[in-house]
Design a protein around this ligand. Structure first.
Ligand SMILES: Nc1ncnc2c1ncn2[C@@H]1O[C@H](COP(=O)(O)OP(=O)(O)OP(=O)(O)O)[C@@H](O)[C@H]1O
Ligand SMILES: [Mg+2]
Length: 256
């Protein structure tokens, strides 16, 4: 699905990513974990082709950057990010926002067919947004917006779905609800490969198989979740003594 070979990104004479080698295979779901400024969003921007690496090669869905049409590639990648400002029109309904995902564009530029509306309703139902269908997107709460954006991303039937800190700004109930929906998406037959970015380890759901731990723009560790999220590893990673409690098959951290 994704293959990075020795990727580096240089900005203002400083490496914001350095020598990243990473491979995501089909049927894996990945978490990218790192503190603020560790390079997570930059890495995602390479997957979607918004940033071109200074060194190294990136291959996404079998296509090498520089040799492929980015617009076509982006249609196969869904991106929901709390750091993107989505420029929907103020009065766009939730249904219109979800439908616009089919064209991987903001706003509806192409004709919508009845089957598109059915698909949009299927995803709205999956993400508990059905009752919001006619609401203006602009007035929704943060948690509702995130669910609508995920439904929107699914409209294009992406092979990879990237979620960049989707639980930012959500209260504990809204967060757990959103995480439940992410679990449901992970169980979909022929569903997308998930790439979930966070700095909160407790958001790492049991459906995630692998993790990439980024530190200061480099790979600190890379592998199976159950081998990485241990007290020993995480204490070295955060540079602090960490205790890990496991509850509901998720790791919950505290500073010792
Ligand atoms: N275009 C740029 N020019 C210079 N520095 C940049 C640029 N883009 C990112 N950086 C720097 O690179 C580092 C990594 O940024 P990035 O946004 O990838 O971090 P992040 O892991 O996503 O952080 P957060 O958890 O806060 O979202 C930061 O120190 C940031 O200031
Ligand atoms: Mg970020």
């Amino acid at each position: 699905m994704i293959k990075f070979n020795n990727i580096s990104v240089l900005r203002n004479n400083k490496y914001i990513l350095k020598d990243i080698s990473w491979e995501v295979k089909k049927n894996e779901h990945w978490c990218i974990i790192g503190l603020n400024g560790s390079g997570k969003t930059t890495l995602l921007n390479i997957i979607t082709g918004y940033i071109y690496p200074t060194e190294g090669t990136a291959n996404v869905l079998g296509k090498e950057f520089g040799k492929t049409n980015l617009q076509d590639l982006r249609k196969e990648i869904g991106l929901v990010s709390s750091s993107i400002k989505y420029e929907f029109s103020k009065n766009d309904s939730v249904l219109a926002v979800v439908l616009s995902g089919k064209f991987a564009s903001i706003g509806l530029y192409e004709a919508v067919e009845m089957t598109d509306v059915e698909t949009a309703r299927k995803y709205m139902d999956m993400l508990n947004c059905t009752h919001l269908e006619d609401e203006e997107y602009g007035v929704l709460s943060q948690g509702e917006k995130q669910r609508v954006l995920i439904a929107r991303a699914l409209m294009a039937n992406p092979k990879i779905l990237i979620l960049d800190e989707p639980c930012n700004g959500l209260d504990i109930l809204a967060r757990e609800e959103l995480l439940n929906f992410i679990e449901v998406i992970s169980e979909e037959k022929n569903g997308p490969t998930l790439i979930y970015v966070t700095h909160h380890i407790e958001e790492v759901l049991p459906c995630f198989t692998n993790a990439l731990l980024l530190k200061n723009g480099t790979v600190f560790a890379n592998g199976r979740i159950n081998e990485l999220l241990t007290e020993k590893h995480l204490s070295t990673f955060f540079g602090r003594s960490i205790s890990v409690q496991t509850e509901q098959n998720r790791a919950w951290l505290a500073l010792k």
